[in-house]
Design a protein around this ligand. Structure first.
Ligand SMILES: [Zn+2]
Length: 176
C-alpha cells in the first residue's frame, strides 16, 4: 500500500507529492521549499528512487535542482520518459497530455488507481492554455475521459478528485 504525502509549496501553493511504502519514495513536482521537502523525507527515513515532473513551469520545479542534488541516484521522469515505468515497488504509466504546456504529462499508478495530473485537470476545472493549443488540449481531455471513473486524481494545485467526479462535474469535460 503506497502512502501519499502532500506538501503545499511556494507562493502559488503547488502540491508536491511524496509517495512511499515507508522505505522507498518518489517525489512528484518539487515546486519550491526544497528544505521542507527534504526534511519531510529525512523524517520519514525514505530513500528517494525517482523524481517525477508533470511539466516544467517554475512553480512545479523550483526545488528540482536542490532535490536532485540531495538524492543523486534518483532518476528523473517527465514527458520524454517511456510509457511504462517500474522502479522497485513503483509501477506507473506516463501519459502525455499536452495543452497547458507542450511538455505536460500525468503519471498513472494502475494498481493503486491513482493519477498525478499536474496542471492538466484540477477539481472542477482544467489548466489554462494558449488559444493556439486549444485543439491539443481538447484531444488530451478526450483521452482523459476514457479513463476509469474510479481513478483518484491528485492535481498540481488544490484538492484531489476522481476521473468519474470530473466527468460529471467539470464544466470543461461536458460534451467531450
Ligand atoms: Zn503549470
Amino acid at each position: 500500500m503506497l502512502k501519499i504525502e502532500c506538501l503545499v509549496t511556494g507562493d502559488l501553493e503547488e502540491n508536491c507529492y511524496i509517495i512511499h511504502n515507508n522505505k522507498y519514495a518518489l517525489i512528484i513536482d518539487p515546486g519550491d521549499e526544497g528544505k521542507r521537502i527534504i526534511d519531510k523525507i529525512e523524517k520519514l527515513k525514505l530513500e528517494v528512487l525517482g523524481i517525477l515532473i508533470t511539466h516544467y513551469h517554475f512553480d512545479h520545479i523550483g526545488a528540482l535542482d536542490e532535490v536532485k542534488n540531495k538524492y543523486k541516484s534518483a532518476k528523473t521522469y517527465d514527458y520524454k520518459s517511456s510509457i511504462d515505468n517500474e522502479i522497485d515497488c513503483f509501477k506507473f504509466k506516463k501519459i502525455n497530455n499536452f495543452g497547458h504546456t507542450m511538455d505536460s504529462c500525468s503519471f498513472l499508478f494502475e494498481k493503486e488507481n491513482i493519477m498525478f495530473t499536474g496542471d492538466f485537470v484540477f477539481l472542477e476545472t482544467i489548466g489554462n492554455y494558449d488559444d493556439e493549443n486549444e485543439i491539443i488540449m481538447f484531444n488530451s481531455l478526450k483521452e482523459f475521459v476514457k479513463l476509469n471513473d474510479d481513478i483518484k486524481i491528485y492535481p498540481g494545485h488544490g484538492p484531489s478528485s476522481s476521473v468519474g467526479y470530473e466527468k460529471r462535474n467539470n464544466y470543461f469535460l461536458r460534451g467531450i
